[in-house]
Design a protein around this ligand. Structure first.
Ligand code: ADP
Ligand code: MG
Ligand code: MG
Length: 251
């Protein structure tokens, strides 16, 4: 599903700062992969480069989703192709209703996929059904996007967006500071509920804790802009027990 080959990327405004030095990654449909690694190893950058965030330049390599070149597309085209990036700190958008925001996003994506747009009524039904599946209080939908939401509510909202947009490839960057226990449970319940044989997840996390709730099929360790080791869930346990030191040294 997601195929990354020898991906190199640097900061656009400062070509002295090269961050990704040849990332290779192959995620198949139905799989959950975790990327772990020390701070500053390029984990978040990988997520940003995949999603098309401004400020990074890919200098070498490729990234495809179901065989389609991602790197050539605008961010919204990547989303329409089935890529979703969940933010650790979702942005607040005062004055924009959450329901309007989500319906606009879903309909933009449906349009790009050649599907008919949903009416307000049909969208409401869809949202209610998805919210119910995920045990999310639909009350949150009446408020402006993320404004005054607690950390947990923001996480729920991200998961709901993910469920509504029906991505093929979900990238979750739960960055260095990590999540509190409740937020971690929310995210992992959401991911587990959305696990499907036609969908894959890339879960970026500094700590092993999240992986107690989301059981990954494959764990990768990233260091200095490369994936230096891959293995099963036991690799995450090894990191938890021994830290990154021994693994990095062995490489
Ligand atoms: P991780 O998520 O693994 O902690 P990042 O992808 O955030 O790593 O960062 C990788 C490296 O690139 C770090 O050394 C970081 O300081 C540097 N970096 C990333 N983005 C920028 C930026 N916009 N400006 C300067 N340095 C950056
Ligand atoms: Mg990060
Ligand atoms: Mg650009």
């Amino acid at each position: 599903m997601l195929n990354i080959k020898n991906l190199h990327a640097e900061l656009e405004e400062d070509t002295e700062v090269k961050i990704l030095h040849g990332v290779d990654l192959d995620v198949k449909a139905g799989e959950v992969h975790a990327i772990m690694g020390p701070n500053g190893s390029g984990k978040s950058t990988l997520g940003y480069v995949l999603s098309g965030r401004d400020g990074y330049e890919v200098t070498e390599g490729s990234a495809t989703l179901d065989g389609v070149d991602l790197l050539d597309m605008e961010p919204e085209e990547r989303a329409a192709a089935g890529l979703f990036l969940a933010f650790q700190y979702p942005v607040e958008i005062p004055g924009v209703g959450n329901m309007t925001f989500m319906r606009t996003a879903v309909n933009a994506q449906r349009k790009a996929r050649g599907q008919e747009e949903l009416s307000a009524g049909d969208f409401l039904k869809l949202v209610r059904a998805r919210a119910k599946d995920l045990k999310i209080d639909a009350e949150m939908l009446k408020r402006p996007v993320n404004v005054g939401f607690s950390g947990g509510e923001k996480k729920r909202n991200e998961i709901l967006q993910m469920a509504l947009l029906e991505p093929k490839m979900c990238v979750l960057d739960e960055t260095d500071s990590g999540l509190d226990v409740d937020a971690m449970k929310l995210v992992s319940d959401g991911v587990n509920a959305l696990r499907d044989e036609g969908r894959a997840f890339l879960v970026i996390t500094h700590y092993q804790r999240l992986l107690n709730h989301i059981k990954p099929d494959v764990v990768h360790i990233m260091s200095q802009g490369r994936i230096i080791r891959s293995g099963g869930p036991e690799l995450a346990m090894e990191v938890e027990e021994q830290g990154y030191g021994d693994i990095l040294e062995a490489v």
